[in-house]
Design a protein around this ligand. Structure first.
Ligand code: PRP
Ligand code: URA
Length: 214
């Protein structure tokens, strides 16, 4: 499903993703189960988002003969979580593409202004030669994701995809308008934001639920 008329925004429709997101929302879901679900949803979303992963032909000897056959060229990919909550999605994507390199972007949202603040950025080089999969479970106002894409572009990144689990329409609009050249994948689009810029109905604070803080 697309968002408004934006063909670069894809909202997942798979029943497995819907089911697992419902479990994530439940306030009774504990830290261990929450983390496992985030990993599983990331893997399912990545299956869709990585349809155009680069392949390279390699020589393989079957029991019958030798042939050239395509394999994923994982060295051409970077998984980049937005700290902290994005870390929870890395292992799910890495399980599919083990040779992908991992970069990190540290951003936190000011609790009053909801503006993102950077505290760390380290990307695998050369970033311009890699497909970058930027991951964060929550796209709320869209400020953090839009800023993270700015950092990647400033450092030369060109082929960028963003993947989240829950998105608010406000965040999808901001990110797709500021960066119309990237692909955006969301597990589900929720109703909107509350007065604290939290996604509703949402799942609460993703970082706290993944890491058991608060
Ligand atoms: C959360 C979330 C996103 C951001 C989304 O992180 O993981 O990074 O907020 O909000 P936005 O779309 O309005 O920018 P937070 O800043 O709470 O940091 P944390 O992951 O360290 O908890
Ligand atoms: N960050 C979260 O963890 N949850 C939200 O709903 C919004 C921002």
């Amino acid at each position: 499903m697309y968002f408004e008329d934006k063909k670069n925004v894809i909202i997942m429709e798979h029943p497995l993703i819907k089911h697992k997101i419902s479990l994530l929302r439940d306030e009774k879901t504990g830290t261990l189960e929450f983390r496992t679900l985030v990993e599983e949803i990331a893997m399912l979303e990545a299956y869709e988002a990585l349809r155009d992963l680069p392949l390279a032909d390699v020589e393989v000897k079957t029991p019958l003969e030798t042939c050239m056959t395509p394999m994923i060229d994982g060295k051409k990919m970077a998984i980049v979580p937005i700290l902290r909550a994005g870390l929870g999605m890395v292992s799910g994507v890495h399980a599919l593409v083990p040779s992908a390199k991992v970069g990190h972007i540290g951003l936190y949202r000011d609790p009053e202004t909801h503006e993102p603040h950077e505290y760390f950025c380290k990307l695998p080089e050369p970033i311009e030669q890699r497909m970058v999969l930027l991951v964060d479970p929550m796209l709320a106002t869209g400020g953090s994701a839009a800023e993270a894409v700015d950092f990647i572009k400033e450092r030369g990144g060109k082929h960028i995809k963003f993947m989240c689990i829950l998105a608010a329409p406000e965040g999808l609009r901001k990110l797709s308008e500021r960066h119309p050249d990237i692909e955006i994948y969301a597990g589900h689009m929720d109703r909107g934001l509350n007065e604290n810029a939290y996604i509703v109905p949402g799942l609460g604070d993703a970082g706290d639920r993944i890491f058991g803080t608060k």
